[in-house]
Design a protein around this ligand. Structure first.
Ligand code: APR
Ligand code: PHB
Length: 392
């Protein structure tokens, strides 16, 4: 079976769905090919802090209603170290910017609902998706569904298929350049239906390792602790998790932790990764397909959103007035912002975690950095403007 569409999108994560919805509203039809089932995609638990730019894109996509009614606006974020809590007043330091706490799972849900409502097609459980001929004028995608082969001709291919996707793997490897840093620890995350320990997020640096107090709502908390890369999640009972978490928080905050049975518990490795360029002829890499950040600072989803912003503007201009300037400039524009978020996530990770090989000098530098940060308005402003998100 052969079909034609303007933009073929690989992957129905937040990047593919958001791009699809924005394009649909501009009258540009898309098909999304997704390897997994819809339930599988919706079952993934990921971060939950949206920059204002990402919120603005959800609005523009017509998907902002639930986000604005159920999302929590946070005007500040907290750093804990040396037994104390230090608040960074995001709103005051940035001249009015805040972040929105709203789970990525909910973002995905809202975007999927909107796509279903307008009747735009997503092929779930599409096997062996493969982009072809994107170095020419007539790219196409092939895939298998229920054992039958299909072909989808398109003007452009958006590779929104995450870090393990086929898009980056299909790019000419002699042109593709990658940059990577792997961190010597992981994050053990726990989700539970208990009220959050604090009304705002707390990033804690402690002698026993990093901890993060986050939330999905006023009734659902998300906590993380730095763990060994070799740890098995089964070896961490809920009780052991809660114990370790409280040991890593200032006493006053530890006393406010409400414990309860976990709904989800998982270990994620930490990685910084960037692929360059993000465009190969008529194939674009967008979101995790092109770059990964460690989760400290919650930039993953937000970077996917900023890529979508640049790619959407480029494609909309092309279909509106035939201009190829945005398409030609996509990679450079997206990467400029990607690298700044890579820097911020790397820096925030480095400042907050225990590194096995750091030694006493590294430890002292970390303490000085934290002390400087909470004592200097300039330093705190730098954190704040990056945390709320640099402008598009
Ligand atoms: N064919 C079709 N679909 C694929 C393929 C493939 N070969 N490989 C991967 N996919 C799908 C995945 O199943 C997934 O649903 O692509 C989707 C990619 O989604 P995400 O991994 O969520 O990536 P992205 O949309 O870029 O969102 C970035 O998600 O991973 C987090 O931290 C990240 O928050 C950030 C956000
Ligand atoms: C989360 O709520 O899952 C979360 C929040 C902030 C981060 C990372 C993860 O920096």
């Amino acid at each position: 079976m052969s079909k034609r569409v303007k933009v073929g999108i690989i992957g129905s994560g937040p990047a593919g769905l958001l791009l699809g919805q924005l394009l649909h509203r501009a009258g540009i039809e898309t098909v999304i090919l997704e390897r997994r089932s819809q339930d599988y995609v919706l079952g993934r638990i990921r971060a939950g802090v949206l920059e204002q730019g990402a919120v603005g894109l959800m609005d523009k996509a017509g998907c902002g209603t639930r986000l604005h009614s159920e999302g929590l606006v946070h005007a500040g974020v907290n750093l804990a170290f040396d037994g104390e809590l230090h608040r960074i007043d995001l709103e005051e330091l940035t001249g009015g910017d805040t972040v929105m706490v709203y789970g990525q799972t909910e973002v995905t849900h809202d975007l999927m609902d909107a796509r279903a409502e307008v009747g735009a097609p997503t092929i779930y459980e599409a096997d062996k998706v493969q982009p072809h001929d994107f170095d020419g004028q007539s790219p196409y995608l092939t895939y298998e569904k229920d054992g039958r082969s299909h072909r989808l001709d398109c003007d452009f291919i958006a590779g929104c298929d995450g870090y393990h996707g086929i898009s980056r793997q299909s790019a000419p490897q002699n042109i593709l350049k990658t940059y990577e840093r792997i961190y010597p620890f992981g994050w053990l995350g726990l989700l539970a239906d208990v009220p959050p320990a604090n009304h705002e997020l707390v990033y804690a640096n402690s002698a026993r390792g990093f901890a993060l107090c986050s939330m999905r709502s006023l009734e659902r908390s998300r906590y993380y602790i730095q763990c060994d890369l070799n740890d098995a999640v089964e070896a961490w009972s809920d009780e052991a998790f809660w114990d370790e978490l409280r040991h890593r928080l200032p006493d006053r905050l530890a006393q406010c932790v409400t414990t309860g049975p976990s709904i989800e518990k998982s270990i994620a490795p930490l990685r910084s990764f960037v692929a360059e360029p993000l465009r190969f002829g008529r194939l674009f890499l967008c979101g995790d397909a092109g770059h990964i950040v460690p989760p400290t600072g919650a930039k993953g989803l937000n970077l996917a959103a900023s890529d979508v912003h640049y790619l959407y503007e480029a494609l909309a201009a092309y279909y509106r007035d035939g201009s190829e300037a945005g398409i030609d400039g996509y990679s450079a524009a997206a990467l400029a912002r990607v690298w700044k978020a890579e820097r911020f996530s790397w820096w925030f990770t480095t400042m907050m975690h225990r590194f096995p090989d750091d030694g006493p000098f590294g430890q002292k530098i970390q303490e000085a950095e934290l002390d400087y940060l909470v004592g200097s308005r300039a330093a705190a402003t730098s954190l704040a403007e990056n945390y709320v998100g640099l402008p598009y």
